[in-house]
Ligand binder design. Sequence first.
Ligand SMILES: Nc1nc2c(ncn2[C@@H]2O[C@H](COP(=O)(O)OP(=O)(O)OP(=O)(O)O)[C@@H](O)[C@H]2O)c(=O)[nH]1
Ligand SMILES: [Mg+2]
Length: 312
Amino acid sequence: MTQQRDRRWLARAITLVESTRAEDEQAAERLLAEIAPDTGRALRVGVSGPPGVGKSTFLDALGIHLVGRGHRVAVLAVDPSSPISGGSILADKTRMERLARCDAAFIRPSPGAGALGGVARRTREAMLVCEAAGHDVILVETIGVGQSETDVSLMTDHFLVLALPGAGDELQGLKKGIVELADSIAITKADGDNLARATQAQADLRMALQILHGGAAAAPPVLLCSALQGTGIAEVWSAVEAAVARARQDGSLAARRGAQIRAWFHRAIEERVLQRFLTDPAVRARMHALELELDQGRVQPGAAARRLVEGA
Ligand SMILES: Nc1nc2c(ncn2[C@@H]2O[C@H](COP(=O)(O)OP(=O)(O)OP(=O)(O)O)[C@@H](O)[C@H]2O)c(=O)[nH]1
Ligand SMILES: [Mg+2]
């Protein structure tokens, strides 16, 4: 795939890296090796928030703002998609109508769940493909269920959390883990009747974060925005850019990316070792036999696992 990296190339390359077919694996590896020199220069931002917080509307407004400033934007999603429908609920183009019509933007829903831990890895590789195709801002959306926010924070330079104007409890709707990962927080829907509550939520959140981080200087910024009115979007982006610029200066961005690469390596090992082990026919037969023993109460789960892994 040495042809011009246009939209068609991008679509095909992403399909290849997202493929779960064993026969595509080597081609995907070759592609990723080939594009490696052309990756890593984009600004990678994770955007997370609970259902209905306004992620899609925000990403549409932010994407349009960035395209207007000459950026080429890609919106990707890590979505622990419904095991029933198998469908992805994030990065739906219908809610990003304006951005979806932009030539400088590329929107990709979450790859369907497949192999173990595969969704996040495939999104990360899709991100690299987007970078190789010239996208210089990558926005990775997640709903923050399960470990998806950790997955996204492991592939981005900055983790932006969207929060609703609080109804009393300033951390309501925000999981503790997600607040700890946040590099910045934007309170959405700060418009109309919501504005007063949003302003109060901002003050409350700032206070809580200062306590959590031991001081105002170390606490992530908390901003207000309204995607509907288009207010605060430019300010949120400026805060993201400023934080990333600081991280680049003080070396923490390079350290973060280095740690991420190692984390993906470790994850890939786990995925591969587990996959190889669990698909081995002899292991499967032995596992089945041990399951029968478990059913009969002749062995305990821990001991059965030890015997399986040790081949005892
Ligand atoms: N007032 C107001 N409403 C908003 C704003 N942004 C989004 N909404 C509304 O909030 C609802 C949810 O917005 P979405 O952008 O779909 O939220 P989401 O986080 O993508 O939702 P999921 O994809 O279901 O997790 C919609 O009805 C939007 O019109 C805003 O800035 N102000
Ligand atoms: Mg959405």
